[in-house]
Design a protein around this ligand. Structure first.
Ligand SMILES: [Fe+2]
Length: 391
């Protein structure tokens, strides 16, 4: 069945403010939980801020289960293992704490907690063009997410990225039935992020806003969040990178990532599609791959969506007069460089012989379908070559 209209969704509730993570226990009870499963990774579990989360659960006498088998690339195996723990421990609420990967692990465990089989049964062919083509018909168990980075937007959506170990690819699962019930946005949880991670995750949020704004399926419900996020992020990300304890900047970045995450109801586009193979081939962090591909792709998109690119440049006005009057691509590249992120590939480290395979992977990536203009095979290769141009 096909549906008319543009789909916009988000968590049932979003709470924003320093210290709100300490109310977690009360929220678990509100959702009817007695045995929460806390999904995170060992690094986050060791941070001082994580103590507020476990203290809050203990204060409500909630006997929680800690599941720390999550990492940067959640796999189907980890998720199915998490399901076994959820079932054997008779959990009734899922709490995800961490960056996008941990939140994706939490949501993915929820998918198979409510629906039969393995997470491998729930990969979707296109989350962009057919968001209702999902097999996980039953709603996830009550799920609370607490982001510890400001960037991925995983706290604002029901989609998850999972590595399929049978066929060795990263695909999308989830959809509206996997939407978190509650997001707790507490800047105190983001304070221990080092400058490099703050820069790369914050730049990821900026690119979510930009790609949502020029997206083929951009909608009125997402445009306002996208434009607001761009201004908020360029004003506050440099401060958060320079001084991680600047709490105003940390709070504004959580808000910017929230707005960008809601804008991403559209899906992402070509910068993301071309960035993902750079992670697979060279192990580059997600935000760094976007900083590298932003220049070539935004220049390529300028002809297809000139008004959108002009509006993006306007939204980046806090970067100075050059951004307002110039090209969005130059402004975004300059911003990335100022944050200390690389904006070019290096022939010595990133073998150009991999370009044809990366071009094929980018062409097949679902995000490509959202771009205002879609290159042919030679076009993909030319964009990768342009990323080396001034190395
Ligand atoms: Fe992203």
């Amino acid at each position: 069945m096909s549906f008319k209209g543009s789909l916009f969704s988000g968590p049932e509730r979003v709470v924003f403010g320093r210290g709100c993570a300490g109310d977690l226990g009360g929220y678990v009870e509100q959702l009817g939980g007695k045995r929460p499963m806390v999904v995170t990774d060992p690094v986050v579990a060791a941070t001082p801020a994580f103590g507020a989360i476990t203290r809050s659960l203990r204060a409500q006498k909630l006997d929680y289960v800690l599941y720390t088998d999550s990492d940067v690339n959640p796999s189907d195996v980890q998720i199915d293992r998490g399901l076994e723990v959820y079932r054997s421990e008779r959990c009734d609420v899922i709490v995800g704490v961490g960056g996008g990967s941990n939140l994706d692990t939490a949501k993915s465990i929820g998918i198979v907690a409510s629906n039969p089989g393995s997470i491998r049964d729930y990969f979707v062919s296109s989350y962009v063009t057919d968001p209702y083509a999902i097999k996980n018909k039953k709603r996830n168990p009550p799920t609370i997410v607490l982001p510890t980075t400001s960037g991925t937007g995983a706290e604002m959506c029901g989609w998850t990225v999972v590595t399929n170990t049978d066929e060795n690819y990263k695909g999308f699962c989830g959809g509206w039935t996997a939407m978190p019930h509650l997001a707790l946005l507490d800047a105190d949880l983001t304070v221990s992020m080092p400058p490099g991670l703050t820069a790369s995750t914050g730049f990821d949020a900026l690119m979510h806003a930009i790609e949502a704004y020029y997206h083929r399926y951009a909608m009125a419900q997402t445009d306002m969040f996208a434009l607001s996020a761009m201004g908020r992020i360029v004003r506050h990300l440099p401060r958060a990178v320079a001084n991680g304890t600047d709490m105003e900047a940390r709070e504004q970045m959580l808000l910017g990532a929230m707005e960008a995450g809601l804008a991403m109801n559209t899906g992402c586009a070509l910068v993301h599609a071309m960035g993902l193979p750079l992670t697979t081939e060279f192990g580059l962090p997600h935000g760094v791959t976007l900083a590298i591909m932003a220049g070539p792709v935004l220049r390529y998109n300028a002809d297809a969506a000139p008004e959108k690119l002009r509006a993006i440049a306007q939204a980046l006005a806090p970067l100075g007069e050059a951004a307002r009057t110039g090209h969005a691509a130059d402004a975004v590249q300059g911003f990335a460089r100022a944050l200390g992120l690389p904006t070019y590939l290096d022939k010595a480290k990133h073998d150009p012989a991999r370009i044809p395979d990366m071009a094929k992977a980018a062409e097949a990536n679902d995000n490509t379908r959202g771009n205002p203009r879609i290159p042919d095979a030679a076009g993909f290769e030319a964009l990768y070559r342009a990323a080396y141009a001034q190395a």
